[in-house]
Ligand binder design. Structure first.
Ligand code: SF4
Ligand code: SF4
Length: 214
């Protein structure tokens, strides 16, 4: 899930200066689960902006998906034609999809933080930095690219203190955890395997995945 946080309202107000005809767009998937862009937050934003002319509010299933964005926006076609600006309670991908689909300026009302593992609502953890060269099959499903603050692919580093991380002494070094887990599984030999450096030639931004439909 994409984890987002709300920008402060004053920032949104500043960006809306001299703009009046507004549509507020929420996301009923990730941002709803983060309680940053669900229908309750769309309503809250509309109340905060009550001094403006809110032409419509809408929650889109996946605003980052241009197909669902286009489909749902048809429901408010007339209001969209008259809108000066959209306020998007979505991730950055959603903001850009809405801009492409509507051709309107879109204000990003959220900050997009990371791809999160969910423990429960309000507890989200970054576990994958989408490096494009997944090594989890060799590291007992612990991602050093993300869990090591230096992103070291062949660890531990020289700074390890006992079992603890040099950078965050209150945390166990992920490479120690990997070693322990591999040992428990009788796969300690995997720990000695050398992992090639990240090939930035293939993982630079922006990335695309394109395949032909069969
Ligand atoms: S190695 Fe880590 S950052 Fe890379 S794809 Fe796998 S989980 Fe994600
Ligand atoms: S001690 Fe371990 S987790 Fe900490 S920076 Fe070094 S390798 Fe990474």
């Amino acid at each position: 899930m994409i984890v987002t946080e709300k920008k402060d309202l004053q920032t949104i107000r500043t960006l809306l200066k001299n703009r009046n005809n507004i549509i507020i767009v929420g996301c009923s998937e990730c941002a709803a689960a983060c309680q940053t862009g669900g229908s309750a937050q769309v309503k809250e934003m509309a109340e905060h902006l009550a001094d403006k002319n809110i032409l419509a509010t809408i929650s889109i299933e996946s605003p980052c998906d241009k197909r669902t964005a286009m489909r749902d926006i048809r429901r408010i076609q007339e209001e969209m034609e008259n809108a000066e600006v959209l306020v998007a309670l979505t991730c950055g991908s959603g903001v850009q999809a809405l801009s492409e689909v509507t051709g309107k300026p879109v204000i990003a009302a959220l900050d997009t933080n990371f791809l999160g593992m969910v423990e429960r609502l309000g507890k989200f953890y970054e576990r994958c930095s989408h490096c494009g060269d997944c090594m989890l099959n060799e590291t007992a499903e612990l991602c050093p690219v993300t869990l090591c603050p230096k992103g070291i692919r062949n660890g531990p580093c020289e700074g390890i203190t006992g079992t603890q991380c040099e950078v965050f002494p209150d945390r166990e070094c992920v490479w120690n955890r990997i070693h322990e887990r591999l040992k428990e599984r009788g796969q300690a030999d995997l720990f000695l395997r050398f992992h090639e450096a990240q090939d930035w030639g293939t993982s630079h931004l922006p990335r695309e995945v394109i395949w032909e439909r069969k």
